[in-house]
Write a protein that binds this ligand. Structure first.
Ligand SMILES: C[S@@+](CC[C@H](N)C(=O)[O-])C[C@H]1O[C@@H](n2cnc3c(N)ncnc32)[C@H](O)[C@@H]1O
Length: 331
């Protein structure tokens, strides 16, 4: 190939992108990053500690070097800083469970050509279904994903020094925000609205962290369950706006404005797209997940959130980075 010809390398990597998902999911399944962190630094040592074949261990190591998750220096392997923080068991932001779960979802993508033609889900996989068992698997696995955003939000909203605040978390899932915020502010109380089986998961996780006495759950559908009036200092809607269409988001924001005390803040966390749709990269890709799984969802632009929140009665809207997510704060 002559020098001025483009290389097919990027396209071939994308065509075979499932190799990366598989290697990461398999490495997480065998706790490879945890063993590396504990000092195993060769295929032979990893094979022994993880009780896998040495050929398998070497193949995972080669793949993980290729995707930039582990470094090789002087013949020894070790975690990169990112792998150490986000893929080691027991660390607060450990994403290993999500890597394992996503490996099982890969086959769903074969429906994408048909989903693109139809403009939405072609099976009964849509997330909007009441008490969808999908959430029971997803919610514990995605909790770690929200750890960085919950920490950034606590700082931006200055929750530690906020005293006796009350928080409403709509679609709170694992209760990860409540757990993070109640630990930081011992005078705060949180209420989570979600489906009953999901609330049971959150109650268990909050109890494990010794926070059960300040955590209350309301079971039900957030489209129809009463949020109350003038009750909360902070309302939270994290990774929900992307599964809903514009009208439903405006309706929820309007009801949350009423549920807040005067001066209270609504925090929306989501993968938000720039107004010209040129980036950021992760939210642009995430739109495919919502096409596959929701009837009206998508990755919405900053301008969409601004317009919807203004319509709902908020006057002050600001955006804060928590990559790959964005925090939208409205008062
Ligand atoms: C993507 S998860 C987000 C969980 C959490 N907020 C976070 O950011 O980690 C979506 C959550 O919304 C809940 N949910 C979805 N639709 C709902 C509905 N109509 N009523 C109540 N909860 C709902 C799901 O059960 C799940 O816990």
């Amino acid at each position: 190939m002559s020098d001025n010809q483009p290389s097919p390398d990027t396209i071939l990597r994308l065509i075979n992108g499932y190799w990366s998902t598989g290697i990461l999911g398999a490495a997480a399944a065998h706790d490879l990053f945890t063993h590396l962190e504990a000092g195993a630094d060769s295929a032979a040592q990893l094979a022994r500690r993880a009780q896998i074949s040495e050929r398998g261990a070497q193949t995972l190591l080669d793949g993980l070097v290729s995707v930039g998750l582990i470094d090789l220096a002087g013949g020894r392997y070790r975690n990169t800083a990112a792998a150490s923080q986000y893929l080691v068991a027991g660390r607060p932001a450990d994403l290993s469970a999500l890597a394992r779960l996503k490996l099982t979802h890969m086959g769903n993508l074969t429906a994408l050509p048909e989903v693109v033609r139809a403009g939405g889900p072609v099976t009964d996989a849509a997330v909007e279904v009441a008490d969808n068992p999908h959430w029971g698997q997803v919610v514990p696995a995605i909790a770690a994903q929200s750890v960085p955003a919950a920490a950034v939000a606590a700082d931006v909203l200055q929750l530690e020094r906020a005293g006796e605040i009350s928080i409403l978390d709509v679609g709170g899932g694992s209760g990860i925000y409540s757990a993070t915020w109640l630990e930081r502010n011992p005078a705060a109380r949180a209420t989570q609205l979600d489906w009953e089986p999901i609330n049971a998961i959150a109650r268990r996780l909050l109890a494990e962290r010794g926070l059960a006495d300040r955590f209350t759950c309301i079971d039900g559908d957030f489209h129809t369950t009463d949020f109350g009036t003038g009750t909360y200092d902070i309302a939270l809607y994290s990774h929900i706006a992307h599964q809903e269409g514009p009208e439903d988001n405006i309706a929820v924001f309007t009801r949350l404005k009423d549920a807040l005390k005067p001066g209270g803040a609504l925090l929306v966390v989501d993968y938000v797209v720039d107004d010209d749709r040129a980036g950021p990269a992760f939210p642009l890709l995430f739109a495919s997940e919502m096409l596959l799984k929701s009837k009206q969802g998508g990755t919405w632009r900053r301008a969409d959130y601004h317009a919807w929140l203004t319509k709902a009665g908020f006057s002050d809207v600001s955006f804060h980075a928590a990559p790959p997510a964005t925090l939208v704060i409205a008062r």
